[in-house]
Design a protein around this ligand. Structure first.
Ligand code: NA7
Length: 525
């Protein structure tokens, strides 16, 4: 297995349960994946804690107690460490070990793995749990090596923290990460310059500590919550939105619904009406509501204009969940720079230069995101049947049958791979579904003396076409963002995750397994 994040930990637990010997190789020196690497100030999950956790163990559910609605990085890292210890996983994890190459040997039907340590191993099955948001994106700017100060990507924040007291800090990027780190660093920095290229919608988190009553309720209703997760289209433990249009109610009713949704906070804002994501007119009304709310928070109308100059529909990019973000621009030590009107030209020894002026900086923070979905897989040299590189197979767009197995790459399972709901879902719940499907499939192979699984190229092509068709019909597929891969230079553009709903996806996966794994090709040993 590749990676000891949420996926690798659970995969190890389940694979062991089949009586197979297993090993996880992990680049970092601890478990937790995303929550191991993203330790910048303010790092926090934007899915509610009671949803963002495993459901495979009732004991774990009863033992673990969350402290906040939206858990912060230290608590999430503790959770994954607790899981690793609770299920005795650590003894089969090799830390500080990066997989550089995985080569399929046709004759032996084995994967030959080469590691950064120089070690090589051979394995019958390889499971990628490398993560959808783990390969960092640091855009290349001219002069980057000349900078005299410090530069850091948010996903590489030092373990001991970084004291920015008295520093002039530049932050590039205002996505979910930038929005979290900016208010925290602004409290310490002497001055902060925020370089915003694309204004974004952000909804208040309304984070809160979980009181005893809430915790008690969570302990009692988890069965119901888990059922809701299974039937929900995003894997969240809440009731589905009833069909309703923002256009079918009068203005007062509509405003009340948006006000209520705004007051509840969190990523479900658009659920105020069920057609916000599908009807441009409803979306426009919701968008205007949010713009107005943002304006109210910002003292300087010019700054507010730059913050609400949003060029895409609400929800077409991942909706940001914020804490004190917009209020931060009311601080005298924070300057918003419009990097769309005045793009960054180069990094200089003293700081950074845009087309409009120069900024002296001591620290540049890159909150510039990730090469999503495929970045971590393609960072490795993966070679399938006949030595074909995965990079070549996916050069014009990534896809795998059900997002699980890419044809021509037998016995390589991908957890939340391209073609699965992955990042458009409560990802930890999607991870569990994938791990369970994969380990059930392995059990099927063991029971039936099958040694090799591949996907049928035609089944894969049809599945991938379906994934694209759904994406192309949605506002997500029409908007540039990391979701469409357009944040990475040279990357083929397009949504690679399944937008048809995690409940539907799960049914399809189960049906295919029950139908003798239709679309997969097995070979006996
Ligand atoms: P995102 O959402 O990809 O945001 C990256 C930000 O960095 C975004 O504001 C980008 O502007 C900005 N960026 C990237 N390259 C540049 C250059 N060259 N110049 C100026 N600005 C740039 O990454 P996050 O880490 O915030 O969030 C990723 C996911 O993690 C999030 O969706 C959650 O699922 C958790 P742009 O918008 O491209 O104009």
């Amino acid at each position: 297995m590749i990676g000891a994040g949420a996926a690798g930990l659970y995969a190890l637990h389940r694979v062991r349960g089949l009586g197979l010997s297993a090993k996880v190789f992990e680049k970092g020196d601890g478990v937790g994946g995303t929550w191991y690497w993203n330790r910048y100030p303010g790092a926090r999950c934007d899915v509610e804690s009671w949803d963002y956790c495993y459901t495979f163990s009732e004991e774990l559910e009863r033992e673990w107690e969350w402290t906040e609605r939206f858990p912060a990085q230290p608590e999430l890292e503790r959770y994954f460490n607790y899981v690793a210890d609770r299920f005795d996983l650590r003894r089969d994890i090799e830390f500080n070990t990066r997989i550089d190459q995985a080569r399929y040997d046709d004759e032996q039907n084995r994967w030959l793995i080469s590691m950064s340590s120089g070690e090589t191993v051979s394995t019958r099955f390889l499971i990628s749990a490398a993560g959808c948001l783990s390969e960092v994106n640091t855009p290349h700017f001219e002069g980057v090596d000349t900078f005299a100060g410090q530069q850091i990507h948010t996903a590489r924040w030092p373990k001991g923290g970084l004291d920015v007291t008295g520093m002039r800090v530049g932050v590039i990027g205002t996505g979910s990460t930038g929005t979290q780190v900016i208010p925290q660093l602004a409290k310490q920095a002497d001055h902060m310059f925020v370089f915003q290229r694309t204004a974004q919608f952000a909804i208040p988190a309304r984070n809160r500590p979980l009181d005893d009553d809430t915790l008690e309720e969570l302990k009692h209703n988890y069965h119901e919550r888990w059922e809701l997760k299974r039937s929900s289209s995003t894997g969240m433990g809440r009731r589905p939105t009833e069909a309703s249009s923002a256009l079918e109610v009068d203005e007062a009713t509509r405003n009340r619904a948006f006000e209520d949704s705004w007051a509840r906070g969190g990523p479900g804002f658009a659920r105020a009406f069920s057609d916000v994501m599908t009807n441009p007119e409803s979306n426009q009304i919701a968008s205007e509501f949010v713009r107005e709310k943002i304006r109210e928070k910002v003292d300087d109308p010019d700054v507010a204009d730059t913050l609400v100059g949003i060029d895409h529909p609400l929800g077409a990019r991942r909706l940001i969940v914020e804490i004190d973000y917009f209020e931060t621009y009311n601080r005298p030590n924070v300057t918003l720079v419009d990097a769309a009107a005045n793009p960054i030209e180069e990094i200089t020894p003293q700081g950074l230069r845009t087309t409009e002026g120069s900024y002296d900086l001591d620290l540049i923070v890159y909150a510039t995101g990730f090469d999503g979905m495929t970045g971590a897989l393609l960072a490795m040299d993966i070679q399938g049947v006949g030595g074909r590189a995965l990079r070549d197979k996916w050069a014009d767009g990534a896809g795998a049958y059900l997002g699980l197995v890419a044809s021509g790459f037998p016995n390589l399972f991908m957890i939340t791979g391209p073609g699965s709901p992955a990042v458009y879902s409560n990802v930890i719940f999607s991870i569990e579904q994938h791990v369970e499907w994969i380990t059930d499939c392995l059990a099927h192979m063991l029971e039936n003396g099958l040694d090799r699984i591949d996907s049928d190229p035609e089944a894969e092509a049809e599945w991938t076409r379906g994934v694209h068709d759904i994406a192309n019909a949605s506002i997500i597929g029409k908007t540039d963002s990391w979701w469409t891969g357009s944040n990475i230079e040279g990357k083929s553009k397009g949504v690679t995750f399944y937008l048809g709903g995690t409940n539907i996806y799960r049914e399809i996966c189960e049906e295919i397994a029950a139908n003798n794994y239709k679309g997969f090709i097995f070979q006996p040993g």
